[in-house]
Ligand binder design. Structure first.
Ligand SMILES: C[S@@+](CC[C@H](N)C(=O)[O-])C[C@H]1O[C@@H](n2cnc3c(N)ncnc32)[C@H](O)[C@@H]1O
Length: 274
């Protein structure tokens, strides 16, 4: 798992600002859901280049702290480069299923597009709850349903159609594995959180052109990048043509850009007070 994400860390570094801009409004909603304010100690899990945690650092002020953590050391290195001047922000390499922190260490735990990749999300939520203080807040963002995110779904469909099997395979935790509000609610509740709420936020996805969209998505989507890298050039080209053709139908032009619809879920809850 970490090797796969390490391999796409350069693509994430190159596109970090794009991802942060595209998710800026949804990220503010995530931070609201986590109740992040002045002086808080915040943990960002599966932080990648750290965009959500860096947005949290804007809120915690001079007395707060933020830890950007990820299982992939290369991703953490990217996050560290983006934060080097900020004393309040530190980085750490660990799996969200086994957090290297004491019980009750944080006021808030957040994760933007990280929980859906873990084998046992309920256990991961329970582990996050362990490092929260009593009454601490947890909030995660996951992608909404595939059909509401054609900018990614179409590329995965193009791979699947090429081989006549679903991609990613049903037994692999992919970007849409927590795309349902009822499922997310039960994951957080079974992980020990109270007051669980889920909201849907529109996250339209723009690109300078269809070609730019096609070239960017595989640089960010870990499982997709690995699959495409292992294919013969003519197979990759056939997939590109399928994706470009489907993308032309699913996008619309907006000024000098093209625009796809997009949607995320934001789920939050808190640890019991005692
Ligand atoms: C889609 S990226 C999101 C990155 C970042 N949170 C953002 O929104 O910009 C998913 C991230 O999850 C990390 N990841 C995947 N499985 C993980 C795990 N079990 N524990 C911690 N991080 C994990 C990957 O290394 C990758 O950085």
């Amino acid at each position: 798992m970490s090797e796969m994400w390490n391999s796409v860390a350069p693509g994430w570094e190159a596109n970090a600002q794009f991802v942060d801009d595209q998710l800026a409004l949804a990220t503010e909603t995530l931070l609201d859901a986590a109740g992040i304010g002045e002086g808080d100690a915040v943990l960002d899990l599966a932080a990648g280049p750290g965009g959500a945690g860096l947005a949290a650092a804007e809120r915690v002020g001079p007395n707060g702290t933020v830890v950007l953590s990820d299982v992939a050391a290369e991703m953490v290195a990217v996050a560290a480069r983006r934060t080097s001047a900020d004393q309040r922000v530190s980085t750490a390499v660990f799996d969200q299923s086994e957090i290297a922190a004491d019980d009750g260490n944080f006021d808030a735990v957040i994760s933007r597009h990280g929980l859906m990749f873990v084998e046992d999300p309920v256990a991961a939520v329970r582990e996050a709850a362990r490092v929260l203080r009593p009454g601490g807040r947890y909030a995660v963002m996951t992608w909404g349903p595939r059909e509401q995110n054609p900018w990614l779904g179409l590329v995965l469909d193009a791979v699947g159609e090429q081989f006549g099997v679903p991609f990613p395979p049903p037994n692999v935790r992919g970007p849409f594995s927590l795309d349902d509000a009822a499922l997310l609610t039960s994951v957080l509740q079974d992980g020990g959180l109270a007051g669980v709420q889920v909201q849907t936020i529109a996250t339209p996805m723009h690109a300078p052109s269809l070609q730019a969209w096609w070239e960017r998505v595989p640089k960010l989507a870990g499982p997709l990048a690995i699959a495409l890298a292992g294919m013969e050039p003519d197979v990759r080209e056939a997939i590109a043509q399928r994706a470009l053709s489907a993308g032309a139908s699913a996008s619309r032009s907006a000024g000098d850009q093209i625009l796809f619809v997009g949607s995320v879920l934001i789920a939050s809850g808190q640890t019991p007070q005692h």
